[in-house]
Write a protein that binds this ligand. Structure first.
Ligand SMILES: Nc1ncnc2c1ncn2[C@@H]1O[C@H](COP(=O)(O)OP(=O)(O)OP(=O)(O)O)[C@@H](O)[C@H]1O
Ligand SMILES: [Mg+2]
Length: 489
């Protein structure tokens, strides 16, 4: 067996009083993929950032091919052959896709360099390999989500690292895109690189990795083969959780049949010349949970933004019979239709508690305390992190805060746009249970946008499928699988 390329030994990282990573040790050989799993906030991203020197470790050692690099500056560590595929794409927006990839191929000491033909050819090859060949001349801002993720991989391949750290590559991707991405990562391994990957898509991680290291509150809880770790009692309890089982209620059980709580009628939305929504009609009854299922770019967010008063439209949107057109977004929200947006939209420089209090600004002090208590029961981590800046929360913690802040407003209707993005399975189960409790004990109405149908279906009383801006199917969740399931499951 070859020597490990990356050796992490008793690594520790603190943020003030919080020990985000404690005594973590593992090694990865060339041609090996190690999966790093754990609940939200367990320290996975911090492990990666500490290896790369972005958050230099406070203790322990990081060896790259035998050389101690702990404490080095990130660019020095990168020069040693460590690359990271970040969860959030950070492209250079004024450069084309081709130029973005090309930059990764140029030696970083030279600030001005005219690439030769061979370098350009290599950039094209990489673009082809990741499936960006047809968009080389586009600017990143115009690309769909999955293509932006591909560009991050392409940039990483261009830099030719021997050790690749990949943070949540599958979040927000469809199953087909996930499979294509997994194949790219497999090829990195087959090229003899050492790969460390974090993702909450357990099935895809299990199919890809050679071994798993599982963490909980900064520490190792299990390590070994995929089967052993996923069967581990502690891992099941703190990370995987149980299965979701719920049942839909028939439409006839809702009383507002003639004038539903929300009625969207023949909605059209244009961005410039591009039509984002075409002839979209749907209704949501009071107390009903309705799911809008659709892939990236299908138009879910546009639909929700139209309802929330954030984008202009033609057609009608009515709440209990009254048209909402012309109302400001603030007025729609004050009226009780509240959106927990995709991409979070938190006040990053304010604390967790301040973000929540802003959500509850219109409640009486007693109502606010009561609501906070209830939300802390739902998301205990938000209570313990009350003073932390929202911007420094882990990916999943930010997602929880977004949902909690929307619930603080005591909405009549809650619009959840991709709430499961980046959440650990056990948290999805928690949110799932919370939604179920809300469904049974309150008149809350929910409009849920998801491409994760495994999460959406169990909660939905009815489902709409949105494709390319049009509703192509509507019906009962029990018929979903037979009718349109093959495209989504
Ligand atoms: N700069 C910071 N200041 C204070 N706390 C931080 C900072 N960065 C991260 N943390 C905290 O450290 C813990 C670990 O965060 P990390 O981002 O590593 O989690 P994670 O395992 O990647 O979670 P997720 O799956 O949700 O992305 C979290 O509780 C987070 O709130
Ligand atoms: Mg993370």
């Amino acid at each position: 067996m070859s020597e490990p390329l990356l050796v992490v030994d008793h690594m520790t990282k603190r943020f003030g009083g919080l020990v985000a990573v404690k005594d973590v040790s593992f090694s990865i050989r060339p041609g090996e993929i190690l999966g790093l799993i754990g609940p939200n906030g367990s320290g996975k991203s911090t492990v990666m950032k500490s290896i790369l020197g972005i958050h230099p470790p406070d203790g322990g050692s990081v060896k790259v091919d035998g050389t101690e690099v702990a404490g080095w500056a990130p660019h020095k560590i990168a020069q040693r052959g460590v690359g990271m595929v970040f969860q959030h794409s950070r492209p250079l927006h004024r450069q084309t896709v081709f130029e973005n990839i090309l930059l990764g191929l140029l030696p970083d000491r030279l600030t001005y360099l005219i690439p030769d033909a061979a370098t350009e050819r290599r950039a094209r090859e990489i673009a082809e390999k990741v499936g960006l060949g047809h968009v080389l001349d586009r600017r990143p801002g115009t690309l769909p989500f999955a293509d932006l993720r591909k560009m991050e991989i392409a940039k990483a391949i261009a830099r030719n690292p021997r050790i690749v750290l990949v943070d949540e590559p599958f979040a927000g991707l469809t199953s087909r895109e996930t499979a294509a991405f997994a194949q790219l990562i497999r090829e990195m391994r087959d090229d003899g690189r050492a790969v460390l990957i974090v993702d909450h898509n357990v099935r895809s991680v299990a199919a890809l990795v050679d071994r798993i290291y599982a963490m909980y509150v900064g520490e190792r809880i299990a390590e070994g083969s995929v089967d052993d770790v996923l069967r581990d009692e502690t891992v099941r309890r703190v990370y995987l959780g149980g299965a979701l089982t719920v049942a839909a209620r028939p439409e006839s059980s809702f009383k507002d049949v003639d004038t539903p709580f929300l009625a969207v009628d023949k909605l059209d939305v244009f961005y410039g010349k591009a039509q984002a929504l075409e002839d979209v009609s749907l209704k949501v009854h009071k107390g009903e949970f309705v799911a809008v299922v659709g892939l990236n770019g299908a138009g879910k967010t546009t639909l929700f933004n139209a309802i929330s008063g954030l984008v202009p439209y033609s057609g009608a949107i009515k709440r209990e019979g009254t048209a909402l057109a012309g109302r400001s977004a603030a007025k729609v929200a004050r009226g009780g239709i509240v959106q927990a947006p995709e991409g979070r939209d938190l006040f990053t420089e304010m604390s967790v508690r301040e973000n929540l209090e802003l959500g509850g600004a219109r409640l009486t002090p007693e109502e606010r305390e009561e609501r906070l208590d209830w939300l802390y029961g739902l998301f205990p981590i938000l209570k313990t992190r009350g003073k932390q800046n929202a911007g420094t929360l882990s990916g999943g913690e930010q997602q929880m805060l977004t949902i909690a802040r929307a619930l603080m407003m005591k909405p009549d209707m809650l619009i959840l746009d991709e709430p499961t993005l980046g959440l650990a399975p056990v948290i999805m189960e928690q949110i799932s249970k919370a939604l179920e409790k809300l469904r049974q004990t309150t008149p809350l109405t929910v409009l849920l946008g998801e491409q994760n149908v495994t999460f959406a279906l169990p909660h939905a009383d009815r489902v709409y499928v949105l494709e390319h801006g049009r509703i192509v199917w509507e019906g009962d969740p029990s018929r979903f699988e037979a009718d349109v399931g093959e495209r989504y499951l």
